[in-house]
Design a binder for this molecule. Structure first.
Ligand code: HEM
Length: 460
């Protein structure tokens, strides 16, 4: 049983409870199952929950330097320096880089498909997201799509394929970091070391003056502008910068590839919706001449398809959120009645207590999503968006600690899906009508890949 299913079982049993608890080894953790309370924790009382439990805490390690793992003022300062990197203007400048990679994805997938041969689209999307993030993060052309032994994608795949002993080591790293470090286990895996070396070489090349308008340039600009954002403070040294670009490579690979694989699977399963999406995309081509930034951002049906897939099928998003453990600061908490107490409950929080959210369960709760198991794109069309209960749909998190790269990830998924749907009809391969998931405590990913039949469409 997957971790998500396991939590959903409890969620259903404890339906009438706003909060409940679980044990992670010996550590108790509060599960917040109420959207109103989530609003408090993620936004209104955010300052008391700003720190996430660390995913690896070892002095000098690359993992420890990543934004995801930073605490307190250090996180705040680093986030402020990095935020402009993901502005919509910067995303617009990266649009063409992603389109180039999406073209290669489509032609390579169609070539691979041949005559009615099933193609593993999870594998294709993994190679695409690696090529895209390598290009956008570093200006590296790693050609994972055409390479029969793609070394970049293989390293990233190895990092995210967490099973058996590795899963146990990772669980220890998160839940019992002192024991993990005492046993001499390393937080930085060989894959992290591989990407760190790459990142260092690229920083060195840029220092000689090379520029490409990618994330690395933007991070270097952010580093240079640090003195204007918070004078007298230095949070963005070379080690920190390298760690961020490694984290982009890691974060930009698996989440996005799995999201795309789900999108393609769901579109292949729901042919009517696939046709409607294609119709919208063809309309954009007529209006703008090609897939453009403006067209993609305006496409309402495309956006709704993505949102509904994020809510209903995309368990990877939840796994990301289930790793979201916020730590209560050791100060008096500023809840409405100024007491260290969860509002409207008698639960008193202690410094260091962990709270987390059963996001996938919330995304599937019939109380907020009538006929939750049905694939209904209309739920997210503009005319129905007001019916969505706030804080019941948050694949990228909410509030100041939400995903810094949401714009980039959404843009990348939209471009790839649009290009694919315009070029090919998608069908489920016989014998692959159901998706099974890997039983990993961290990442919910398809067990066997996503096998589809791609039939090329004539260009209109
Ligand atoms: C479909 C793709 C993605 C999903 C669903 C996703 C989801 C998330 C979620 C749920 C969080 C935690 C939010 C919270 O704690 O409230 C997060 C944080 C983060 N994500 Fe993403 N993400 C995606 C893609 C990316 C990409 C492409 C990058 C980098 C290029 C990225 C970089 C980050 C970083 C750096 C953080 C930590 C932010 C902080 O602690 O301030 N993510 N993401």
């Amino acid at each position: 049983m997957s971790h998500t299913d396991f939590l959903f079982q409890f969620y259903r049993q404890l339906r009438n409870h706003k909060i409940w608890g679980i044990y992670e080894f010996f550590t108790p953790s509060l599960m917040i199952a109420d959207p109103e309370l989530l609003k408090h924790i993620l936004v209104k009382d955010f300052e008391h929950f700003a720190d996430r439990r660390m995913f690896g805490d070892q002095k000098g390690s690359v993992m420890t330097q990543m934004l995801f793992n930073k605490h307190g003022e250090e996180w705040k300062n680093l986030r402020a320096v990095m935020t402009p990197t993901f502005s919509s203007g910067k995303m617009r400048n990266m649009f063409h880089l992603i389109c180039e990679k999406a073209d290669i994805l489509v032609s390579f997938s169609l070539k691979k498909a041949g005559k009615n041969m099933p193609v593993d689209m999870r594998d294709m999307f993994g190679r695409f997201t690696m090529d895209t993030i390598a290009s956008c993060a570093f200006g590296i052309e790693c050609n994972s799509l055409s390479d029969s032994k793609p070394v970049f994608a293989k390293n990233a795949e190895k990092f995210f394929n967490i099973r058996g002993l590795r899963a146990l080591k990772m669980a220890m790293m998160m839940c019992m970091p002192k024991l993990h470090n005492f046993l001499g286990l390393k937080v930085d895996s060989p894959e992290i070391e591989f990407f760190t070396k790459l990142s260092k070489d690229n920083v060195a090349a840029r220092e000689k003056g090379e520029r490409r308008g990618d994330f690395l340039d933007l991070l270097l600009e952010a580093q240079a502008s640090e003195k204007d954002i918070h004078p007298g403070k230095k949070v963005f040294g070379e080690h920190t910068l390298v760690a961020q670009s490694v984290s982009f490579l890691m974060a930009g690979y698996d989440t996005t590839a799995t999201a795309l694989a789900f999108c393609a699977f769901v579109m292949a399963k729901h042919h009517q919706e696939q046709k409607r999406l294609r119709h919208e995309m063809q309309g954009l081509i007529k209006e703008y001449g090609s897939v453009t930034y403006q067209g993609i951002m305006e496409a309402k049906y495309l956006d709704a398809v993505l949102m509904v897939i994020f809510a209903e099928s995309l368990e990877v998003l939840v796994m990301a959120l289930e790793a979201l453990h916020e730590e209560v600061k050791p100060l008096g908490l500023g809840f409405p009645d100024s007491r260290p107490r969860i509002p409207d409950t008698d639960v008193i929080l202690k410094p260091g207590d962990l709270v987390q959210f059963p996001l996938w369960s919330l995304h599937h709760d019939p109380q907020y999503w009538p006929a939750a198991e049905e694939f209904k794109v209309e739920r997210f069309l503009p005319e129905n968006k007001d019916n969505i209960h706030s804080f019941t749909h948050m694949p990228f998190g909410m509030g100041p600690r939400s995903c810094i790269a949401m714009r980039f990830a959404v843009m990348e998924i939209k471009i790839a899906l649009a290009q694919l749907i315009l070029a090919a009809d998608l069908k489920l391969a016989p014998g692959h009508e159901h998706l099974e998931f890997q039983a990993s405590p961290f990442f919910l990913r398809p067990k066997e890949g996503v096998m589809l039949i791609l039939t090329p469409l004539k260009k209109e």
